[in-house]
Design a protein around this ligand. Sequence first.
Ligand code: FAD
Ligand code: NDP
Length: 312
Amino acid sequence: MARKVIIIGSGPAGHTAAIYAARAELKPLMFEGMYAAEVAAGGQLTTTTEIENFPGYTSIGGPELMEKMREQSIHNGAEILTETVDQVDLSVRPFRVLANDVWHEADTLVIATGATAKRMKLPGEDVYWQKGISACAVCDGGLPMFRNKPMVVVGGGDTACEEANYLTKYASHVHLVVRRDVMRASKAMQERTLKNPKITVHWNTQPLEAKGNGKSLTHVAVDTKGKGQWDIEASGLFYAIGHTPNTSFLGGQLKLDENGYILTEPGTTKTSVEAVFAAGDVQDHKYRQAITSAGTGCMAAMDAEHYLASHA
Ligand code: FAD
Ligand code: NDP
């Protein structure tokens, strides 16, 4: 028999949708993923240490916060399968969802599969990931290990500029490493960045290696066209080279923006297909926070509930 709601993805968006849908007695089924998109069930927060900006917790470990959300989903009656969805069929009603070679059916879907920050896979990255290297300045920039220390940001887009400016609150100096002689960021963002006395832009420069003492990052080796290889002293290395939204399993059945994020109707979680709702980072390239993901997860469950009530 078809489910009323299937939720795909298990970060803050998926779990908040599950909690709301379960409390609305919709008996949701969640596919939490089995290392889907190279992230453990529970999502991006399972890859970090302390979360200090999620309301209700002065500080909580990322994996612990996600375990609490999972417990709350189950407590309220959500069913969770540790499986990755390989395919969906949105051309039929009920919708069909394929995982582990089994087709499941549902009247509504909530897509909450998140986005994965691109990594550079530099030598030293595995050693210093979360010991100096991060892909989220807003999340990690304020940590004590970075206070009044030089930091490096890689990228030339809006995120890189935004993060470089943000990090000047904490860093002694920020080095923005741009691989070409131009930036892709908007003019306004570039101007703000170039005017900031605490930021130095290194054009035509590529990072080569993350170096340190085994416990923490101390330098980033780079190559600058015409200058050759040199080291930048840095306690922090922040990647801002883009995210990959986890939408490939949709097989082009939902409208996406030019970067692959699911398009939603402003102010709702409605997608281009009626009764399919999207929440969290998979539809948000701008805010990308746990709390905003949770907020849209709540909206998606309520949008699904309203749809089901009006099509009963
Ligand atoms: P995600 O957390 O990305 O979770 C999506 C889940 O869906 C993943 O588990 C994935 O495996 C699963 N999935 C993907 N595809 C499938 C599929 N086909 N089938 C089944 N499952 C699938 N935000 C903050 O607010 N505060 C912080 O301090 C903070 N720190 C961060 C630190 C790091 C290192 C990173 C990377 C991010 C951090 N963020 C922080 C951002 C925050 O983690 C994200 O905004 C948030 O997790 C997005 O939630 P989400 O529910 O949209 O998706
Ligand atoms: P983008 O894809 O726009 O930019 C990525 C940047 O990283 C580019 O400069 C790219 O260089 C560089 N890059 C990619 N791979 C590498 C690599 N391997 N080595 C070195 N550099 C690399 O991603 P963003 O996250 O910046 O932005 C995504 C979207 O979100 C955009 O549409 C942006 O406008 C939007 N956004 C808007 C904001 C706002 O309005 N306030 C804030 C943040 C994002 P190259 O240019 O050479 O390809």
